[in-house]
Design a protein around this ligand. Structure first.
Ligand SMILES: Nc1ncnc2c1ncn2[C@@H]1O[C@H](COP(=O)(O)OP(=O)(O)OP(=O)(O)O)[C@@H](O)[C@H]1O
Ligand SMILES: [Mg+2]
Length: 413
């Protein structure tokens, strides 16, 4: 279990939008591109990938791992009619297995990420249950499938939002952090995730920086399905912009598929279109998506996620920062329209790295020890200088991190 495959999760909230059809054809495209691929049916409620692929008899399934029949998910792999592609089927014989206990779920997630393959495509099924979200979030590449219909888009957005929030919440190390993220005002429809991070930052700037890092480490991808007219595609791009704006995660349309009789019939024929089609629009969309996925650096994605987790794990060791002052930091916000992490700068002439710049302050890392309350001059790479005050500090092995705010002007100035 050491090959570290790229894991692609396919979800979308709404039932029947084509998640399984997309997962199956995408897995075939990846296998056709020469990658050892495993398709996993993690739709624990109503698995059907074996049927989509024309497989009659299923012996071992995802459930065989959970009930200790096998001790490695790899043992449940079945060959398919496509070279390089094997299937781990879901268990239709276990209705209600959608609610697996936490430890079982952890085990399944570990085994999915540890499958001996180059790429793993996971169909997580419909809905936004914790199991579905966690299985989706285990993926390096998270793909949301939706149709252009309003209800599908609403479900897809709800699904994306739940997945992002759930991942951030999983970073909480203690009750205080968990509670900071539970503020009901912040999960209202109109609330943006930035507001949640700002709310957390006011009390726990280091934890907030970990949340930011987690958001930066991860993207969401969208595949639009059942498009009737060319202009339907615009709605997927609008969806992507909304996700970026409200959820603060990068989002990208991977491709869109037309609604077609052939795609529809392929389900009844139990033969995914990618098996037979090479140059149709349908096949070209999947080949493009496959090429795009193969350009992604799964190792870098995992590394960035781990860094965010480590940062979060260190956060509770910090002294809680005082609530930030209502400060005039427009200079910072101008330099960081979105968020610029890892900016080189200098503090009283010594090099530092500026991370997580916001309206209320910035997190900076320096290899010098610095003291809370001390005032310094921060010079950004564009030459602009900012008087700052250190509000909270943490010492690591080789560097210290501190949360800084603009120094208050002396009275009368
Ligand atoms: N591009 C398409 N054109 C025509 N029909 C399609 C297309 N995509 C999917 N369908 C039809 O939609 C139905 C549902 O597809 P699929 O089973 O892949 O959805 P799903 O999201 O996995 O559903 P569930 O939530 O039940 O798992 C299928 O029967 C298929 O025929
Ligand atoms: Mg399905």
């Amino acid at each position: 279990m050491s090959s570290n495959p790229i894991v692609v999760g396919v979800g979308g909230g709404k039932g029947g939008v084509g998640k399984s059809m997309v997962a199956a054809n995408l897995a075939i495209a990846l296998a056709q591109a020469g990658r050892q691929t495993v398709l996993v049916d993690a739709d624990l409620g109503s698995p059907n990938l074996h049927s989509l692929l024309g497989i009659e008899k299923v012996k071992l399934t995802v459930e065989s791992l959970l009930n200790h029949e096998i001790d490695q998910l790899d043992l449940a792999r079945m060959p398919t009619q496509v070279a390089n592609l094997s299937l781990v089927a879901g268990s239709a014989a276990a209705p209600g297995s959608a609610n697996i206990p936490h430890t079982q779920k952890q085990k399944l997630m570990r085994h999915i990420a540890g499958l001996d393959a180059q790429v793993v495509v996971v169909d997580v099924g419909a809905g936004t249950s914790f199991n579905t979200l966690d299985l989706f979030n285990v993926a390096d590449v998270r793909v949301v499938v939706t149709t252009p219909q309003l209800t599908a888009l609403q479900n897809a957005y709800g699904f994306a939002k739940s997945a992002v929030y759930r991942e951030l919440r999983s970073l909480a190390q203690n009750k205080e952090q968990a509670e900071l993220m539970e503020d009901p005002r912040l999960s209202m429809e109109t609330a943006k995730l930035q507001q949640l991070v700002a709310h957390v930052r006011a009390r726990q700037p280091f934890f907030a920086a970990a949340l930011r890092e987690a958001l930066d480490a991860r993207q969401l991808y969208v595949i639009g399905n059942c498009v009737l007219e060319e202009k339907d595609a615009n709605v997927f791009h609008a969806f992507v912009r909304m996700v970026r704006d409200f959820l603060s995660v990068e989002c990208e349309v991977l491709g869109q598929l037309r609604s077609s009789r052939r795609a529809h019939d392929s389900v009844n024929r139990r033969r995914p279109l990618m098996i037979d089609e090479k140059d149709t629009d349908f096949a070209l969309v999947f080949r493009r998506i496959c090429d795009r996925i193969l350009t992604l650096d799964a190792k870098a994605i995992r590394l960035a996620r781990r860094r965010a987790e480590e940062r979060a794990a260190q956060a509770p060791l910090e002294p809680a920062a005082p609530a930030p002052l209502p400060a005039d930091l427009d200079a910072y916000s101008r330099t960081a329209a979105r968020r610029e992490t890892g900016l080189m700068a200098s503090l009283d002439g010594k090099s530092v790295i500026v991370q997580d710049v916001t309206e209320s302050g910035a997190l900076i890392t320096s290899d010098e020890k610095l003291t809370v309350g001390a005032r310094h001059t921060l010079t950004l790479s564009d030459g602009r200088t900012h008087p700052i005050e250190i509000r909270a500090a943490r010492e690591g092995n080789v560097y210290s991190s501190m949360f800084v705010e603009p120094a208050r002007k002396a009275a009368g100035q």
